[in-house]
Design a protein around this ligand. Structure first.
Ligand SMILES: [Zn+2]
Length: 236
């Protein structure tokens, strides 16, 4: 009954006089057919790039609708036994983590230029709160995790709310019904509704869903630059 669900979401958006959405796609490092397919969408995309894995070619063909966010440093799981997957384990000193992050930020800025925003997307949406509180000292002004994350003083945090991949069910698409009902439930958010995608693992159903989502009437898609109130430093 997908027609009914899309129509219902569209009607709800119309009733509210419009909706604000944003789109974060994670794990970019190199060009690929899947990335090309993602970037062909004509809505603003906030691309979370893994700095240490990124190749220069990734940035040669990005349209103006793409903002680049920093996806950790190397996306390596450093969790100790018993700890959840994380790039930032409890055993690592804050100063060391901040140093890694700052070096990765310099690398990403060099590769992506003005398109790179000083916004951290921690891999697995996970970073220790104490370390998050120190990110501004490493030059970050923004943070993006999942919708339940706590605010962090000194950082603008814009989170994602609907992950369209069912990671524990063969990485299939979560399904239209689940995605649309989640969107309907989240219509009262004060922040823009954040869609989280991972272009490298999408099945055809995920892509077809995104094609319909991008055409949904009444939606204002916000760019990373707008969301994080980032103003590029003057040239010269
Ligand atoms: Zn990731």
């Amino acid at each position: 009954m997908d027609g009914v669900s899309w129509a219902r979401l569209e009607a709800e958006i119309a009733r509210r006089g419009g909706a604000r959405f944003w789109w974060r796609d994670d794990d970019a490092a190199a060009p690929s057919p899947a990335l090309e397919r993602l970037l062909a969408f004509e809505v603003p995309i906030s691309l979370a790039v893994v700095p240490d894995a990124a190749v220069p070619e990734l940035f040669s063909n990005l349209g103006n609708h793409v903002s680049v966010l920093q996806h950790g440093t190397d996306h390596r799981n450093r969790a100790a036994p018993g700890e959840k997957k994380t790039e930032f384990p409890a055993a690592e000193a804050d100063a060391q983590a901040l140093e890694r992050l700052a070096a990765a930020r310099r690398r990403l800025s060099k590769l992506a230029g003005d398109r790179a925003l000083p916004v951290l997307v921690p891999p697995w949406n996970r970073i220790r709160e104490e370390l998050a509180g120190k990110l501004s000292s490493a030059g970050f002004t923004g943070l993006s995790r999942d919708g339940k994350a706590k605010p962090v003083a000194g950082l603008k945090q814009i989170n994602t709310h609907i992950d369209i991949v069912a990671w524990h069910e063969g990485r299939r698409f979560i399904g239209e019904e689940q995605a649309l009902s989640a969107a309907l439930e989240l219509m009262d958010l004060t922040q823009p509704l954040g869609w989280l995608t991972h272009h490298a693992v999408h099945d055809e159903a995920a892509w077809r869903f995104l094609e319909k989502l991008a055409r949904l009437k009444g939606v204002r898609w916000e760019s990373g630059a707008e969301l994080f109130s980032y103003t590029a430093a003057g040239h010269g």
